[in-house]
Ligand binder design. Structure first.
Ligand SMILES: NC(=O)c1ccc[n+]([C@@H]2O[C@H](COP(=O)([O-])OP(=O)(O)OC[C@H]3O[C@@H](n4cnc5c(N)ncnc54)[C@H](OP(=O)(O)O)[C@@H]3O)[C@@H](O)[C@H]2O)c1
Length: 309
């Protein structure tokens, strides 16, 4: 599965989830361009190996493919075993792989071809409204989105933590969004609990998501103050952001942050974004590659520290 290419043993090692396309692919390209050895992971072997080949064709030979579906717990353990045997540790984990948690009414790649003209001159807010018109919020997509974006990301993080702790300066970057900020929730008590990081627990996050999905099923999202557009995507990110702060507190020896790449033209956003995937990846690398001893447990927007609220 992983390429049998000789990789220098003295470089830093980065694992990127969902590296086959979009922002994740550009993160792999930019890390590899800096001489960092990249483990490009993807849930689909064909798409992942094609992405690695594209980087090799561009002269980047320090990229290895390893299959990883972030919802596959035994698969996470297999990746950890591979990394342990091959490198003994990893320096960076970029939690990028995620779903829109909605049903797309048409393949976003098809819409991309015709959307450029329609979107010209639109503000960010207008583009978002147009994007909402291209998706349906359904319970199965919401459940799968939360299972992937929150629980899958959490499982990958837990599975690779020992390898990050074995590195001299282990770092985790959660690829996040302004869609994951606490301020978009309406329940004041919940908002307070999510921001009370000294007392917040994973159990509280589980309870929040269970209640949210029950309300989704009951058709009570708006009535109960939950977000209504890209609803489950937002809730998965709210939980992921909170989890990142919990583990940053638990592992002060690591550098663990969340970063919003910006509004990016990818399949997920139906190509409505204002920035390219390369620009988004650059915003993420600004945070991932901060000088040693920098902030941990923080949120960054376009490369600058910003509140979680
Ligand atoms: N686009 C934006 O405007 C924007 C803004 C803020 C944050 N983000 C974040 O940026 C990250 C990348 O999104 P993108 O915009 O680049 O979207 P994208 O082009 O749709 O890419 C998403 C990636 O995640 C992968 N993925 C989905 N489910 C997975 C699973 N179970 N296991 C492993 N990989 C999985 C996809 O693999 P497949 O190809 O197999 O589906 C794909 O490689 C996400 O975390 C997203 O939340 C995006």
């Amino acid at each position: 599965m992983e390429g049998a290419i000789p990789i220098a043993t003295n470089t830093r090692i980065a694992v990127v989830t969902g590296g086959n396309k979009g922002i994740g692919f550009e993160v792999c390209r930019q890390l590899a361009s800096k001489g960092i050895t990249v483990i490009l992971t993807a849930r689909n072997e064909k798409r992942g190996t094609a992405a690695v080949q594209e980087l090799k064709d561009a002269g980047l030979h320090n990229v290895i493919f390893h299959q990883l579906d972030i919802t596959d717990v035994p698969g996470i353990a297999r990746l950890a075993d591979f990394l342990k045997a091959r490198f003994g540790m990893i320096d960076f984990l970029v939690n990028n792989g995620a779903l829109g948690a909605v049903e797309y009414v048409e393949d976003p790649a098809n819409i991309a071809a015709t959307s450029e003209e329609k979107l010209r001159g639109m503000s960010k807010e207008e583009r978002e409204v147009w994007m909402y018109s291209k998706v349906r919020e359904t319970l199965p997509a919401a459940k799968e989105g939360i299972r992937t974006n929150y629980y899958g990301t959490k499982d990958v993080t837990e599975g690779l933590l020992p390898l990050l702790k074995a590195a001299p300066d282990g770092r985790i970057l959660f690829v996040s969004s302004d869609f994951g900020l606490i301020g978009q929730l309406k329940d004041e008590q919940l908002k307070k609990e999510l921001d009370d990081i000294d007392n917040l627990t994973e159990k509280k996050l589980d309870e929040m998501l269970t209640t949210y999905l029950k309300d989704f099923e009951a058709g009570a999202l708006e009535a109960r103050g939950w977000p209504t557009h890209f609803s489950a995507y937002r809730m998965g990110l709210v939980a992921m952001n909170a989890y990142s702060r919990i583990i940053a507190r638990r592992h002060p020896e690591l550098c663990i942050n969340c970063a919003n790449p910006g509004y990016i033209k990818t399949d997920m956003s139906v190509y409505t974004g204002t920035l390219t995937p390369a620009e988004g990846a650059n915003n993420l690398l600004k945070v991932l590659l901060l000088p040693q001893g920098g902030p941990t447990g923080k949120y960054f927007d376009d490369g600058t520290e910003a509140p979680f609220v």
